[in-house]
Structure formats: structure tokens, C-alpha cells
Design a protein around this ligand. Structure first.
Ligand SMILES: NC(=O)c1ccc[n+]([C@@H]2O[C@H](COP(=O)([O-])OP(=O)(O)OC[C@H]3O[C@@H](n4cnc5c(N)ncnc54)[C@H](O)[C@@H]3O)[C@@H](O)[C@H]2O)c1
Ligand SMILES: O=C(O)[C@H]1O[C@H](OP(=O)(O)OP(=O)(O)OC[C@H]2O[C@@H](n3ccc(=O)[nH]c3=O)[C@H](O)[C@@H]2O)[C@H](O)[C@@H](O)[C@H]1O
Length: 357
């Protein structure tokens, strides 16, 4: 993790934050969601610590993109309670979209404490501030399909067991769901957790397979493709970012309807968890074939036994609850979504941008 750059005073607040706004949101992490909220007329303030888990140039490019649309991003850590209090004093946020986390299942074996810092301690700091703020904001936060862990009964439904995480990342996401329960139970915070299923698309994460496979296929480097020791398929319910954004907006709007923008009496606020997936798992080997066609380069495939590194073999979402309650309806298949990713990737890295890590 990088040294966090703490700002010692809140930067001059852009005028738009002080205007009477239809809805005032704080979005933590989450470039695409922030941009979509801004496009539809919500007031949005971003927060990110810009750590160096992956390519910092990419994070700064996303920031520049957002700032061109009028979304200002404060540089700071969710563990910085003084900073959060200051922001909540300036802006009476009605909603918090909390997408900041230490992501990645395999990196948890290298740097476990970064998961505890952001996904557990950071979540608690944020909820402490939300609990005391007036109005109490409705909070929508990112959980993960990884909470289903070693559960092999697919498709995964929200009611299924989540008590056998396969990685520390998954364990911290599961802990986040339990922490949310506590803050809902004691303080009446309105909390909606979204279990995202392997999200991909333009401006995505360079540590994810679809992203670094593209880089390495273009470089002629071999790519390790994990194969299960039981010879079963290794597959993911890959979900395109635009579909996820619609699910996030649906969750924010549903939270608004059921809680209003004021604080709730204890015991009456909502606590919900939804799967946001695509309902069509694709084997990782097919992901590689699609990338080969789009990049017009043959991959050097290195088939490896799936190591015990935090990966699970198969994910598949049952999304009927999100469909019913959030109006969530993913429409992008992997071929279409990867085409958009590859177009972005080629244009981003051919424009003299630093190469992905
Ligand atoms: N991308 C996926 O496939 C996927 C799947 C399931 C769940 N999720 C979850 O969705 C959320 C967004 O994921 P993403 O892929 O966009 O990840 P990301 O790493 O690109 O975005 C998270 C952002 O949070 C920031 N951040 C991390 N720790 C912070 C802290 N302590 N304080 C302030 N900012 C901090 C990072 O700098 C980063 O910009 C995460 O919570 C992740 O765990 C992602
Ligand atoms: O939905 C989630 O909750 C998670 O989604 C994402 O995790 P994963 O589904 O594991 O994505 P990703 O690493 O891209 O691997 C994709 C596939 O490629 C396979 N894979 C991976 C690496 C490799 O070298 N070889 C390989 O075959 C690998 O076995 C897997 O089958 C997020 O990163 C994570 O933050 C989390 O939130």
C-alpha cells in the first residue's frame, strides 16, 4: 500500500456541492457509478486514497475523467475519521455508495493486512461516521460473490451458506456483511450490500485476469490458465460494468424509497444483500478464446492445476431477488462486453499512457 496522503484541510468545496441538490451522494471508489450519478443530475463527491495496489496512472486518469464531468474526488482514506467527519459536516450526504476496498483474491496471501485495513477497519470507520451524521445516509456497499466460497451448489442465492470463505479477501467481505448487520441492528442504519460477480470492462482493474491476459497475449507472453484438479470447468459469471452500474443505481434508489433521506427509528431501516451477476458462467478458456479473436493474436496458453490460492472453481448468480426488487436486468454478454473493453484498452494504451502493471 502506498503512503496515504492525508489532506490536512478540506479542499475548497466546488460550488456545485453547495447548491440545493436533488440528492447528495458520497461515492467511495467507483468511477463508473459516480459518472452515472452525475449524468442523471445527482450531486456527487468522490473519495479515494489512490493507493498503489495497481497502476496509479490508471487511477489518476480515471480521476481526470471524472473531474471533467464535474465530480470532485477528495484524496483520503476511509480510516481517516476526522476527514470523513469534516466532509459530512460540509455536505449533508443522503446516500453513501461505498465501493472502496482492497480487492483481489490472490493478493491477500501477499498482503493480508491491507484487507483488514480497508475492508474491515475502514468499513467500521465509515459506518461510525454515518451513524452519527444527520441525516443518516442510506449506505450501499460492495460485497462480493467470493462470500459463497467453497459452496458448490450453483446458482448461488442470497440465502445460501456463506460460511466457508476460500480467501482472506472473501473472509473480509463476509465480515463486512456481519458488521453491516450490527450497525443496522443497533443504530438503524439503512444498508444494502451488493455481491458483484467478476466485473469487467473499460477502465477496469489491471490485476484481473481479463485485463492482464489481454496485455500478455499482445506481448506474446504465456498466460497461466487454471484447471481444476477434478477436471471440472473453471468458470466465472463475468458481469459487464454497465450492468453493475445499473444495479448500483437501482440499489441507491430503492434505499431512498424505503428509508427516505432522514434517519430511521431503530429497527426499521433496511438491511439487504443482493447478487449482481450475469447468470451465464463462461469457462476461463472461452474468455481467452474471445480475447484471441478480438486482439487478433493467438494466446500462448499455459494450463496449470488450480492452485490453492483463494480462487474458487465456479461462480453463477441467481439474480431473481435483484431483478424483483432493484429492477436489475443485465444485458451484456461476454463477447459484447469484451469487445468494448478491448477497444478501450487499445485506445488507452496506444495514446502514450503508461503500460499496465
Ligand atoms: N471488480 C470485481 O470483479 C469485483 C467483484 C466483486 C466485488 N468487488 C468489489 O467492488 C468494489 C469495487 O471494485 P473495483 O474492482 O472497482 O476495485 P478497485 O480497486 O478498482 O476500486 C477500489 C478503489 O478504492 C480505493 N481504496 C481502497 N482502499 C481504500 C481506502 N482504505 N480508503 C479510500 N479508498 C480506498 C482504491 O484506491 C480504488 O480506487 C470493491 O469493494 C471490490 O471488493 C469487485
Ligand atoms: O466476484 C468476485 O467476488 C471476485 O471477482 C474477481 O475475482 P476473480 O473472479 O477471481 O477474478 P480474476 O482474478 O479476474 O480471475 C478470473 C478467472 O481467471 C482465472 N485465472 C486467474 C488468474 C490466472 O493467472 N489464471 C487464471 O486462470 C481465475 O481462476 C478465475 O477463474 C475480483 O478480482 C475479486 O476482487 C472479487 O471481487
Amino acid at each position: 500500500m502506498s503512503q496515504m496522503k492525508h489532506i490536512d484541510n478540506t479542499p475548497s468545496t466546488p460550488d456545485h456541492l453547495l447548491l440545493p441538490l436533488l440528492s447528495r451522494q458520497i461515492s467511495i471508489g467507483g468511477t463508473h457509478v459516480s459518472a452515472a450519478l452525475k449524468r442523471r443530475g445527482d450531486g456527487v463527491l468522490g473519495l479515494d486514497n489512490f493507493n498503489d495496489y495497481y497502476d496509479p496512472y490508471l487511477k489518476r486518469a480515471r480521476q481526470a475523467l471524472l473531474e471533467r464531468t464535474g465530480v470532485y474526488i477528495v484524496e483520503g482514506d476511509i480510516n481517516d475519521v476526522a476527514l470523513l467527519n469534516k466532509l459530512f459536516d460540509i455536505v449533508p450526504f443522503t446516500h453513501v455508495m461505498h465501493l472502496a476496498a482492497q480487492a483481489g483474491v490472490r493478493y491477500a496471501m501477499e498482503n493480508p493486512s491491507s484487507y483488514v485495513h480497508s475492508n474491515i477497519a475502514g468499513l467500521v470507520s465509515l459506518l461510525e461516521v454515518c451513524k452519527s451524521s444527520n441525516p443518516q445516509p442510506a449506505i450501499v456497499w460492495a460485497s462480493s460473490s467470493s462470500v459463497y466460497g467453497l459452496n458448490t451448489k450453483v446458482p448461488f442465492s442470497e440465502k445460501d451458506m456463506t460460511d466457508q470463505p476460500a480467501s482472506l479477501y472473501a473472509a473480509t467481505k463476509k465480515a463486512g456483511e456481519e458488521i453491516a448487520h450490527t450497525y443496522n441492528h443497533i443504530y438503524g442504519l439503512s444498508l444494502t450490500g451488493l455481491r458483484f460477480f467478476t466485473v469487467y470492462g473499460p477502465w477496469g482493474r489491471p490485476d484481473m485476469a481479463y485485463f492482464f491476459f489481454s496485455r500478455d497475449i499482445l506481448k506474446g507472453k504465456s498466460i497461466p490458465i487454471f484447471e481444476a484438479s477434478n477436471h471440472g470447468t473453471v468458470a466465472r459469471d463475468f458481469t459487464y460494468i454497465d450492468d453493475i452500474v445499473k444495479g448500483c443505481l437501482g440499489a441507491l434508489d430503492t434505499a431512498e424509497k424505503s428509508t427516505g433521506s432522514g434517519g430511521k427509528k431503530k429497527g426499521t431501516a433496511q438491511l439487504r444483500v443482493y447478487n449482481l451477476g450475469n447468470t451465464s458462467p463462461v469457462p476461463v478458456s472461452d474468455l481467452v478464446s474471445i480475447l484471441e479473436r478480438l486482439l487478433k493474436v493467438k494466446a500462448k496458453r499455459m494450463i496449470m492445476k488450480l492452485p490453492r490460492n483463494g480462487d474458487v472453481q465456479f461462480t453463477h448468480a441467481n439474480i431473481s431477488l435483484a431483478q424483483r426488487e432493484l429492477g436489475y436486468k443485465p444485458t451484456t454478454d461476454l463477447q459484447t462486453g469484451l469487445k468494448k473493453f478491448v477497444q478501450w484498452y487499445l485506445s488507452y494504451y496506444s495514446n502514450g499512457k503508461k503500460s499496465a502493471q
